[in-house]
Design a protein. Structure first.
Length: 148
């Protein structure tokens, strides 16, 4: 397959498809499943208001995502309590941005336009996964940004 691709495409393919992006995709899918399941239970089964259920699901999913991304995807090494604390703050801060995006989308499409909350939540998950990958790769688990 690679023999037929011109050099530029090989380079793009190797950068886009590697252990890190594949494991991030799996971790993102698992995190999305945790988020979606928690949201479904809190919103559709227990009856907690849409945006509050999303925040609770977000907290659960972000804790799960931090652990799986730190250990499995980016294979970050513990480099001291201060560095680890900074990494946790950066991770939650970046995820807070994606929570705001998700909350705005849920508010607009579910609360105002009355679209199905589970369909909207699933569509927003795609946007959130992409945002979170770039924040994780470039800002949080970037080896240069961890060093103090």
């Amino acid at each position: 397959m690679f023999q037929r691709l011109p050099g530029i495409y090989k380079s793009i393919w190797k950068r886009a498809v590697n252990r890190e992006t594949i494991t991030y995709g799996i971790a993102g899918a698992l995190t999305t499943l945790v988020n979606y399941a928690a949201y479904y239970i809190f919103c559709n089964r227990i009856g907690i208001e849409n945006l509050i259920a999303n925040i609770i699901a977000w907290i659960i999913a972000v804790i799960f995502a931090y652990i799986i991304n730190d250990i499995w995807v980016f294979k970050a090494q513990m480099s001291g309590i201060q560095s680890e604390f900074i990494k946790v703050i950066k991770f939650f801060g970046a995820r807070l941005f994606s929570l705001i995006v998700e909350e705005a989308g849920l508010f607009l499409f579910v609360d105002i336009l009355s679209w199905n909350n589970l369909v909207v939540k699933a569509a927003l998950a795609v946007i959130v996964i992409i945002l979170n990958y770039f924040f994780s790769k470039l800002y949080i688990f970037n080896k240069r940004s961890i060093e103090i």
